[in-house]
Every structure is written in structure tokens, then in C-alpha cells.
Design a protein around this ligand. Structure first.
Ligand SMILES: O=P(O)(O)OC[C@H]1O[C@H](O[C@H]2O[C@H](CO)[C@@H](O)[C@H](O)[C@H]2O)[C@H](O)[C@@H](O)[C@@H]1O
Length: 753
């Protein structure tokens, strides 16, 4: 299937720059080398003789993310080596541990959270590779700061969470230096992938907004790379996204992936609208999958929210320290007749902690019966970004907690308990176990797994049931109050959904969550638990990787050409049967034929992409002589204005579609000239007057004329005109029949042309 979005087929046809996969020899060499090489040195020959058939390679997925799922421990003295351990809280680690394909090997590429000095880097890289299959990316300190704290945290993160940089104090204005650092950092990650990849066999899975231009670097090197991308943050509405000065670069870079994943339907919808509105790319549904066609490549869209790692949660629930902590918390709270509501959030501007506190204040104000009884335990993890906005959130939180506790507290009773020290995972789980309600009032969050963790923890186990004094499994319950602006919200149909900005409504929802009949709480819990257990992180990862494999299975049946510079690089992919037209074939066919339709494009095809866009005298002369030949129907398509084309191409008998088909001039008696003349003139006249023609964002022009509606579609498979009887003035039946016949004829004429 050939894309309608080729901009320059001549570029493509010169084909010299086929940057397809490495030639066979290089491919074989790469396979003979160990998969990963990080330190220079002599390689031993492969033990297998050339005639020994090599075993089928083990499938590998290279997982690339900003941070490795590793904790690095700095040595006490420079003589000692660094030590490492897995970061058991990392989603990327969970992804591997819950993979359903035991033969799949995972390699991780990412930064360490700790700074490693340049002389130590080789040893650290080797140790990580040998023991953890991890390849660290080391960024120069200034690039790292500008890339992460700069472009990621100051620009992308706020914008993707709907915060516009309206002033230097609010969000911060776009800074091109930070953008350049982002691109450079992505390039460092790309180089690491290129060091380890077996391009014919390996899958690459890139994670999150930190690495959005990485797909372009990778596809540039290996045109047929099997590449997936998952965005963990929200993808904002196109009205927000389009304010980003590098909006097109990021979209085009993502489109160099084969599969792009989002947590929710809305994020995917926003991305697709951006592709439609900013790049003119429509999407389609192919056998139940949403796809975009980008220069002949199929880019699939995956909508699947991530899940929690159930095995780990169950293991932590069974720990003796968890049981001890649960018993301790039961004594502190339940033993004293308290009911706990729980919030667990990073202390950042999008988590809505202060809105939650306002709602708690409102609840206690409106419902005196809860005073002395209800406790909001708010766990606040340290923010991951830095800046005055974070300090502002902290200040406001402390002030509000103080105010509420002063207003409604009593000796031995604090309505709000703020825990702003990092908790161990088992401690957090213990809080989940004893909490009657979990509250998430973030104003924006990509997904947020806190409600899932809470539900799974409330399911608990037999021992915890005894500590909680639950007699029957049916008595298990959990209640969720969640913001409608977070990614997990659509999956939690039993949660009470709130607009976190509506303080009274949140307070009502909190109260409702407390007083709902027990039976109702049991049912909601059961429903959520069944969902959370099934849709765990393994389900998510396996489903993504399966879709990636499916999307890439045709790669070897395509011919690929890389075109475009820098971040405009893209791959044109064509069927294997596609052949470059040879001049002698054209000349022979031209001589043989008696009736010829010659369709020409004037935007970069007939003439080079030049500053002076007017045709050369020679082009005009050739065009004139083509038009003079009675056997030829010549038609010129262009994005230029009609008056400009009229001036440049005075040839008689030349058909023309100006402004990408908005204006059509048919060469009389042929091609477009076969259109029903009255209708065509009427349409043309109306369009000229700007009357009744409506340009839509999806590349369609709708026109309402007397008694008919016309739609000119410029996207997809090329210009198409559909004329339909309208709801306007009704005509007599005979005239209507005549009209329909005319419409059919127009249709046929257009298809022919
Ligand atoms: O702070 P960063 O290092 O830039 O990382 C951003 C966040 O990444 C992770 O959260 C995101 O992915 C989660 C899982 O898909 C999702 O639940 C969450 O909504 C996303 O924001 C990480 O869990 C966060 O701590 C980071 O802030």
C-alpha cells in the first residue's frame, strides 16, 4: 500500500541512499559478536565453525528508559567498587519479572540516578552488563541537567499535564538550548542501543516522554528496526499540544516507531488529532487496530493502561513486617475508634494535595459527626523535579495541615496526619490495608497506580483478615474516590469519580464513600479486585510486545528508503514489487499509446525544491508541447494559488487542480472536463465566493449548494469529490433522477482521473 503522504517521489526513486538493514556480511558479523560490547578489546573467534548452523537466536527486547531499574551504591572509598541492586519498585523490573515468555531476554538501557565520574564509568558499565544485563547511558553533567530538569521537567512534563508557559514564572518560556540538550541526550541513548542491537531480531521498547525523539535516531540507522514506544504521561489535547514550538518534530519522531502505546483512549485520541491537524495524517482502523500510514509504513496505536505487579504485592502482604505494621496501625487508629482515609502522592503541583486537604476541611466543617473520628493520612513522597513550584506546594500543604489540625483537632486526635518521610514499600502497603477509603485528587496524572495497589492490598490474605477481624472473604471492601483527570479513572468503574477542583463535590464524595452500605462496598471491591488482578503489569507488557511483533511482521517484505534531514527524517516503505520507472520504458509506452492521461505534480516534483518556485522556460515549453498533442490529456496538481498557476502555465488544454485541489480547472472535453458542467461551475463559483464551502480540520471541504451537498476530500487516497443530494430545495423527481445520474457520472469521471 503506497502512502498518499509521499512528498517527493523523485528523491525516493534516486534510491541511492537505501539505508535498509546492514548488508548481509555486516549482519552476520554482528550476530557473531557477543550481543553486547561496552569495553574496547580483542574479540575471540566464535567457537562455531562457519558450516555449523547457528541456533535460532533467543528473542530479545531492549528496554530503553530514562532510568535503569537499578540502585547504585557509591563505594565508601575510591579503591572499592560500586555495588548495585535491582530497584524492585521499578515498573521496568516488574515488566521483566512478569513476562509470560521465559525465553525472552531483556536488556535495559538508561541512566543511573547517581553521578559516576568519567574514570569509573567503564568499570561500572561492565559490572552492570555482566550481572544485570543493563547498559548505562552516561550524560555529561550539563547536558543531563538541561535535558532532565530543563526540557523534561520544565517544558514537556508541565505541558503534557496541561500547564501552559504563560509567563516566565508560570511554567517557564520555551528555551531552545534545553531542547538541544534533550535532542543530544536522546542521541546518547540511541548510541547505546546501536552498540547492543541485533537489528534483524531484537525488539526495542522505548519508555516515556524523556525519549520522544529517540525513535528517529534509531530508524535512521536501521530502517526496519522493530520499535515500540509507550507514553506513561498524559498526551494533552491538541489545543494544548500545538503550543509547543517543537510540536512537529516530536510527532514525526514518534511516528518513526512501529507501535505507540497510551494508557487511555483520550490520550490516543489527542495524539491522533495532532497527527491529523498538524501533519495532515488521517488514521484508520485495520482489523480492529487503529493505525496511521506514514510514508508507506504502518504505525499502530495501542491503548492499554499499565497494571501493578501482583506477585510482588502479594509477597509484601505476606511479610511478617507488614503484618506487624498492620497490627500497629490497627491499634493506633481502629483501636481508638478512628476511620482512616488514605492519600499517597508525590509532592508536586499536579497531585492536588491541597485540593484534597480543602475537601477534608469542608467535610469536617459540614459533618461534625466525623470530627474526632475521621483521619486523613497523607503520604507525601518527595517531588522528583525541583523548582519554586515544588517549594510552593510544600509550603501550602504544611500551612493547610496546621490550619485543619488547629481547627478540628483535639488532644490525642489529629484529623490530618502528614507523612513526608519516604516510607518503605511494606509500610505503605500496611497503610493501604487499614484504610477505609483511598483518595486520589490529582489534577492530571498519566495513570496513577495508587488505587490499584490499594485495592490489591485490601484483598489481603488470610493472616491479614484475622488481624483485621474479617470473618468471611465476602466482607472484604475498599472504596475509591478518584479524580476524573487521571489515567486510571476510566478503568475503575466502581470508584466515585470527582472533579478535584470542585471542593464541595469532593467532600460529598468522601462522605459518600464512608457511609455507603457495606454490601455495596463489598461489591465494588470485588469488581475492582478482579480487574486489577487480571490486568497486571505482565498482562500489559505481554500485550504490548505481542502487538509490536504483529505490527513488525511485514518489515522484511518492504523496501525502505530513508529521506529527510535531522528530525524530519522518515522512512518511505514500499511493497517489494515497487520498481523505479526506467526512462526507456516510459518512452516506449508513450510512443505506443494513442490516448494518454498525464498527471503532473508541481510541488517539488516537476521542479526542484528551490527558492524560486516559478517553472523554467524549458518546463513550460515541454508542457506546451505535451498539451498540443491531441492524444494527451494533461493535468497539473499543485498547492500553489490558482492565479499563480494561470500566470506560470498559460498552455491551452491544460487541466489544473490548484491549492491542493480546492480549485479545479478541467481541460475541456477531457478528464475533469467530463464533470457535469453546471454542477462544476456552480461549485467553482460558490467556492470562489467563499460561500457554502467549509474547510474542516480533517482535510475535507464540505460545500452546500442548492439541492446538493458536495464533499471534496484531499486526504487519504488522493482527491475525491462526493456529491450528494442535499436537504436544501427539493426538486421534481425527474430532475432528481437526472441529478443522481449526473452525480454518478461525476464520480466515475473523478475516479477515472
Ligand atoms: O519524574 P520522572 O523521572 O520524569 O518520571 C515521571 C514519572 O514516571 C512514572 O510515572 C508515570 O508512569 C506511571 C506508570 O505508567 C504512571 O502511573 C504515572 O502516572 C506516570 O506519571 C513514575 O511512577 C513517577 O514517579 C514519575 O514521576
Amino acid at each position: 500500500m503506497v502512502s498518499s503522504s509521499y512528498s517527493n517521489l523523485l528523491d525516493l526513486a534516486t534510491g541511492a541512499a537505501d539505508q535498509g538493514p546492514a548488508p548481509a556480511a555486516l549482519g552476520a558479523l554482528r550476530r557473531r559478536l557477543p550481543s553486547v560490547v561496552t569495553t574496547p578489546g580483542l574479540m575471540e573467534d566464535s567457537p562455531a565453525s562457519p558450516s555449523t548452523p547457528s541456533p535460532a537466536p533467543r528473542p530479545r527486547t531492549i528496554v530503553v528508559a530514562n532510568h535503569l531499574p537499578i540502585r547504585a551504591h557509591r563505594p565508601a572509598s575510591p579503591e572499592e567498587p560500586w555495588t548495585f541492586s535491582w530497584d524492585e519498585d521499578s515498573l521496568l523490573r516488574h515488566l521483566q519479572k512478569s513476562s509470560s515468555s521465559p525465553s525472552m531476554e531483556f536488556i535495559y538501557i538508561g541512566c543511573l540516578r547517581e553521578d559516576v565520574s568519567v574514570p569509573e564509568q567503564d568499570a561500572v558499565a561492565q559490572a552492570l552488563l555482566d550481572s544485570y544485563n543493563c547498559v548505562p547511558a552516561f550524560l555529561p553533567a550539563d547536558t543531563a541537567a538541561r535535558y532532565y530538569h530543563g526540557f523534561c521537567k520544565q517544558h514537556l512534563w508541565p505541558l503534557f499535564h496541561y500547564m501552559l508557559p504563560l509567563s516566565p514564572d508560570l511554567g517557564g518560556r520555551f528555551d531552545r538550548l534545553l531542547w538541544q540538550a534533550y535532542v543530544s541526550a536522546n542521541k546518547v541513548f540511541a548510541d547505546k542501543v546501536l552498540e547492543v542491537i541485533n537489528p534483524d531480531d531484537d525488539f526495542v521498547w522505548v519508555h516515556d516522554y524523556h525519549l520522544m525523539v529517540l525513535p528517529t535516531f534509531l530508524r535512521k540507522r536501521f530502517n526496519r528496526i522493530k520499535l515500540g514506544f509507550f507514553l506513561h504521561s498524559p498526551f494533552p489535547s491538541s489545543e494544548i499540544y500545538k503550543t509547543l514550538p517543537v510540536r512537529e518534530e516530536l510527532l514525526r519522531a514518534l511516528l518513526n516507531s512501529d507501535l505507540i502505546g497510551f494508557h487511555t483512549f483520550d490520550y490516543a485520541r489527542h495524539f491522533l488529532s495532532c497527527c491529523g491537524r498538524m501533519l495532515g495524517l488521517p488514521y484508520e482502523s485495520k482489523r480492529g487496530h487503529i493505525c496511521l500510514e506514514y510514508y508507506g509504513r504502518t504505525v499502530s496505536i495501542k491503548i492499554l493502561p499499565v497494571g501493578v505487579y501482583m506477585e510482588q504485592l502479594n509477597a509484601v502482604l505476606a511479610l511478617p513486617e507488614t503484618e506487624a505494621k498492620v497490627a500497629e496501625l490497627m491499634e493506633t487508629y481502629t483501636g481508638n475508634g478512628r476511620v482512616v482515609m488514605l492519600g499517597v502522592d508525590d509532592m508536586d503541583i499536579f497531585k492536588g494535595i491541597s485540593l484534597k486537604l480543602l475537601a477534608m476541611e469542608e467535610l469536617l466543617g459540614q459533618h461534625p459527626e466525623w470530627r474526632g473520628k475521621l483521619v486523613l493520612v497523607q503520604v507525601a513522597n518527595p517531588a522528583r523535579g525541583r523548582g519554586k513550584d515544588v517549594a510552593g506546594v510544600q509550603e501550602e500543604t504544611y500551612a493547610m495541615v496546621k490550619r485543619i489540625n488547629e481547627a478540628y483537632g483535639a488532644p490525642g486526635y489529629e484529623p490530618v496526619v502528614l507523612i513526608d518521610q519516604p516510607l518503605q514499600f511494606y509500610e505503605r502497603v500496611a497503610y493501604y490495608v487499614i484504610a477505609e477509603v483511598c483518595l486520589v485528587t490529582a489534577v492530571r496524572d498519566g495513570m496513577n497506580l495508587i488505587p490499584y495497589e490499594y485495592v490489591a492490598s485490601r484483598q489481603g490474605n488470610d493472616k491479614l483478615d484475622r488481624i483485621l477481624r474479617l470473618c468471611k472473604p465476602e466482607e472484604k471492601k475498599s472504596m475509591l474516590v478518584v479524580s476524573e483527570f487521571i489515567g486510571c479513572s476510566p478503568s475503575l468503574s466502581g470508584a466515585i469519580r470527582v472533579n478535584p477542583w470542585n471542593i464541595e463535590a469532593v467532600a460529598d464524595a468522601m462522605e459518600c464513600a464512608l457511609v455507603l452500605p457495606e454490601k455495596e462496598k463489598n461489591l465494588r471491591h470485588d469488581k475492582h479486585y478482579r480487574y486489577v488482578e487480571k490486568h497486571d503489569v505482565g498482562y500489559w507488557a505481554n500485550s504490548f510486545l505481542q502487538d509490536l511483533e504483529r505490527t513488525c511482521k511485514d518489515h522484511s517484505n518492504r523496501r525502505c528508503w530513508g529521506i529527510g534531514f535531522g528530525l524530519r527524517f522518515r522512512v518511505v516503505s514500499l511493497d517489494l514489487s515497487f520498481r523505479k520507472l526506467a526512462m526507456e520504458h516510459i518512452v516506449q509506452a508513450y510512443r505506443r499509446s494513442k490516448t494518454r492521461a498525464i498527471l503532473l505534480d508541481y510541488d517539488g516534483t516537476l521542479m526542484p525544491q528551490a527558492i524560486n518556485k516559478s517553472p523554467t522556460a524549458k518546463s513550460v515549453q515541454i508542457l506546451n508541447s505535451l498539451c498540443q498533442d491531441q492524444r494527451n490529456a494533461v493535468f497539473l496538481c499543485s498547492g500553489f494559488k490558482r492565479c499563480t498557476l494561470d500566470e506560470w502555465f498559460p498552455a491551452e488544454n491544460l487541466g489544473m487542480a490548484a491549492e491542493h485541489g480546492y480549485f479545479m480547472r478541467a481541460e475541456e472535453g477531457r478528464g475533469m472536463g467530463d464533470l457535469h458542467p453546471t454542477r462544476r461551475l456552480q461549485l467553482d463559483a460558490d467556492c470562489k465566493a467563499g460561500d457554502g464551502a467549509l474547510h474542516r480540520d480533517d482535510g475535507r471541504f464540505d460545500h452546500r449548494g442548492e439541492g446538493h451537498r458536495a464533499r471534496l476530500e484531499l486526504r487519504g487516497r488522493g482527491p475525491r469529490l462526493r456529491v450528494m443530494p442535499g436537504q436544501g430545495a427539493r426538486r421534481p423527481p425527474r430532475e432528481r433522477a437526472h441529478q443522481r445520474a449526473g452525480v454518478r457520472e461525476e464520480h466515475r469521471a473523478l475516479r477515472r482521473s
